[in-house]
Design a protein around this ligand. Structure first.
Ligand SMILES: [Cu+2]
Length: 203
């Protein structure tokens, strides 16, 4: 019975908010000194010790939690302030099998190496549609005509946001359409000019 009671008490302790944890538990039955028989006193000591143990554990837990919070807080702050919103670049993959950006056909878009971007592409059907329903495609090729990792997409009619990261190597990259969308498909593309980030070129 003793053990069961302790178990109940410790369960209560864990359930109670920290400030109130010890008061009702230690006060339970010990308020009147009339009950101070030796057996009772022994049990009480035992319980108090177990309560102390638990409250110590709780204190340690609290200290640990607070320490974690203190450590985590600046990290979260740093992350939220340093995480730059990706730049949105609006493009149209048009019905005449041309990429447009700000009214320019086959534009050159300048980005920083490693920059987070969102390509907001409005795709409009040209003559042909791929079997999966895509009306145009997009692949970014490096100087060896290899597709840059993470830069291959098939475009459905309408607006789509493509999250990409600019290549880490500065240089001139060519974006091409990968769906045979019309006779003019071969000429459909744009240039991505990747430059070194500002903080590395400050002169
Ligand atoms: Cu095409």
């Amino acid at each position: 019975m003793d053990g069961r009671r302790r178990k109940t008490l410790s369960n209560k302790l864990w359930a109670l908010p920290s400030g109130t944890a010890q008061i009702p538990a230690t006060g339970n039955g010990s308020g009147g000194s009339a009950h101070a028989g030796s057996r009772y006193a022994h049990r009480r000591r035992y319980e108090v010790r177990s309560l102390l143990h638990h409250s110590l554990m709780r204190n340690r837990l609290h200290v640990t939690l607070i320490a974690c919070a203190l450590v985590a807080w600046p990290t979260c702050q740093a992350q939220s302030t340093s995480a730059v919103e990706p730049r949105i670049i609006e493009l149209t993959a048009d019905k005449d099998s041309r990429y447009r950006h700000g009214g320019k056909i086959a534009p050159t878009i300048e980005v920083f190496a490693g920059e987070s971007l969102i390509l907001r592409i409005t795709a409009v059907r040209a003559m042909e549609v791929a079997r999966d329903g895509s009306v145009h495609g997009l692949a970014l090729l490096d100087k060896h005509s290899d597709t840059v990792s993470g830069w291959r997409f098939f475009l459905q009619p309408g607006v789509q946001d493509l999250a990409v990261t600019a290549p880490s190597q500065p240089g001139r990259y060519t974006a091409v359409c990968t769906v045979i969308c019309s006779d003019a498909h071969e000429g459909m593309g744009f240039t991505l000019l990747v430059t070194t980030p500002i903080n590395k070129t400050k002169e």
